[in-house]
Write a protein that binds this ligand. Structure first.
Ligand code: ARG
Length: 585
């Protein structure tokens, strides 16, 4: 149920054939800026006043006379220069809540026009341990996939692993020069991680472009190993094939823990056989040209070209991404491809999308829309991006998750309830700890940097996962105390919104569809966390003012149903963020 769309629909009908551009004017129905005045407000009269040459308040009055409202709204009020305040009738809200209580999607419709959406996210460069820098893409991407799927779109998730890059040169060099053969047998994942770190320590410069500095003998030796691999050197290829399962196992452990899933894991190596053809194709079409021995696409005539073949013959990140677009169009025929990737890759995607357009892969009627979904960095307390080589516990992703779980366990012990034996400590700690890390990330404005803070993310009150999980557990505990299991609940019992707090809660429950659609269209999970926070606050107001178990008998079934609807909404909202709930905490 989408309350906003219901109202916009009514206004559209009222404006049609009377005012110019009814669609734009009806879109000026918005949630109320202050709930004192109503649930929503229509702001169209001011601009219509100008275009229709009448005083706005008169426009508002005439518009109201045309609006069909009395079956769903209290009498609308005109305020100030011509705002129309809209407040739903209680019996209308009660009816909608009853429908939601008897619907397995809590009344949230699937979209009428499902799209085919490829989501490219996570994409770590394997062969080195996952670190905090991989957190955002992984968590955001998973959430966007869940959200779009729930709304009824066909989602195809693909992990564009960096499994063919310079970091393998580092491993190959390490294997040849620093191997602890015993350790490789006993614990291959750990040995590869160790080799990576050991070799990196010998780099003279801390360049992120591993192997980029040719004047550094170790870096250059690593680079040469990569070149040999790419040229099909048998030994290096055999080692690559031997290392890959261990690298995958390492990242897979993190994905399992984060409850993150992919339909496809097609890494960069998958596209190697296609790269030469991409370059030839672009050359023969005149889209790319040679320049100083390299091949590039000149996005602007003055600027540096986007290289697709370097002068030493190596293909680039861009070449691989071009082949990937071509492949995805052929295999998945998507309406759009979302790239959930660090905002620092803005230029790469700008050049990539422009090249794909010139290549005729997009921009035509049939091609997919290509969208870079950028995000900011995770910063340390010093407000600098947290880096692997700081060597701090927090940089390594697996250790970071361990730490979150440990801290959540401590909080659990500190708040240890008398009936603590009823709780599963390790389940609570894992769910709260991992949930905290995810929620802290998803509740940020995606495009800005944020400072990583254990204290904030694990707070038991405030806009945190723990607070939402606790609110959920509290709903469940009320139902238990009332002696009804969720299955035995009488969902057909009439709902009555007897107090302002119940009414406020009803509005929040019924806003979820509107919120999910907004979150999807803006690709911002923080719209969902903001909503959960509002919902939890409304629930807290209800909880403090409306006794449930001690409610007058006539109100008890309705209040139990409200608790149940809140629990289901919280659980769904958290699930779309990839966060689990616990029945008792
Ligand atoms: N491996 C890349 C990196 O770590 C991210 C891959 C993103 N996806 C893509 N299709 N380029 O920077």
């Amino acid at each position: 149920m989408n309350l906003l769309e219901v109202l916009r629909g009514r206004f559209y009908q009222a404006l049609l054939g009377w005012a110019p551009d009814p669609l734009t004017a009806s879109a000026l129905v918005k949630p109320a800026t202050d709930s004192k005045f109503g649930d929503y407000q229509a702001n169209a009269a001011m601009s219509l006043g100008k275009s229709m040459g009448k005083p706005p308040r008169q426009v508002a009055e005439e518009l109201l006379a045309r609006l069909q409202w009395d079956d769903i709204l209290e009498k609308p009020e005109i305020a100030g220069p011509g705002f129309i305040n809209l407040k739903f009738r209680n019996d209308y809200l009660e009816g909608l809540l009853s429908q939601a209580a008897n619907d397995d999607r809590i009344g949230i419709a699937k979209v009428a026009n499902p799209r085919r959406i490829v989501i490219d996210f996570s994409g770590p460069n394997v062969a080195k341990p996952m670190h905090v820098g991989h957190l955002r893409s992984t968590i955001l991407g998973e959430s966007l996939a869940r959200l779009h799927r729930f709304l009824g779109h066909l989602v195809i998730t693909d992990n564009h692993l960096g499994d063919w890059g310079t970091q393998f040169g580092i491993l190959l060099y390490g294997y040849r020069n620093k191997l602890d053969a015993e350790n490789l047998k006993k614990n291959p994942v750990a040995e590869l991680a160790r080799l990576y770190v050991e070799v990196r320590k010998e780099f003279k410069t801390g360049s992120d472009e591993e192997g980029g500095d040719k004047s550094d003998p170790v870096q250059d030796a690593c680079r040469l190993e990569t070149v040999k691999l790419h040229q099909g050197d048998e030994e290096n290829l055999a080692l690559w094939n031997r290392f890959m399962p261990f690298c995958l196992e390492e990242i897979d452990a993190v994905y399992r823990r984060l409850d993150v899933h992919f339909d496809h894991i097609l890494g960069e190596s998958h596209y190697q056989p296609m790269l030469a053809t991409v370059v030839e194709d672009l050359l023969s079409l005149g889209i790319a040209r040679e320049s100083q021995g390299a091949v590039g696409v000149f996005i602007t005539e003055e600027g540096a070209p986007a290289l697709i073949r370097k002068s030493d013959g190596a293909f680039t990140y861009t070449t691989t991404d071009l082949a990937t677009i071509d492949y995805r169009i052929r295999e998945f025929n998507p309406t759009e491809i979302l790239y959930v990737v660090d905002s620092r890759q803005h230029l790469h995607f700008h050049n990539l999308f422009e090249t794909a357009k010139r290549w005729g892969r997009t921009g035509t009627e049939s091609g997919p829309r290509l969208v870079h979904v950028p995000f900011g960095s995770v910063l340390g307390a010093d407000r600098k991006p947290i880096k692997t080589r700081d060597g701090k516990a927090v940089a390594n992703l697996d250790q970071l998750l361990d730490e979150a779980v440990r801290l959540a366990g401590e909080i659990f012990d500190a708040n240890r309830a008398e009936d603590a034996e009823l709780f599963n400590r390790s389940l609570v700690a894992e769910t709260v700890g991992i949930g905290a890390v995810k929620y802290a990330d998803l509740s940020q404005n995606r495009t800005t940097d944020y400072v990583f803070s254990w204290e904030k993310m694990l707070a038991m009150d405030g806009n945190t996962a723990a607070y939402m999980q606790y609110a959920y557990a509290r709903c469940q505990s009320i139902l238990r105390k009332a002696g009804v299991s969720p299955e035995a609940l009488d969902t057909k019992a009439p709902i009555s919104l007897a107090t302002p707090e119940e009414r406020a809660l009803a509005i929040q429950i019924l806003r979820m569809e509107e919120i999910l659609l907004a979150g999807a269209s803006e690709l911002r999970p923080n719209i969902i966390t903001g909503y959960l926070w509002d919902l939890a606050k409304a629930y807290s107001g209800f909880f403090q003012n409306c006794p449930v178990i001690k409610a007058p008998p006539a109100l008890l079934p309705s209040r139990l149903l409200l608790c149940h609807l809140v629990a289901r909404s919280l659980k769904l909202g958290l699930d779309l963020l990839g966060i689990q709930v616990i029945e008792r905490m």
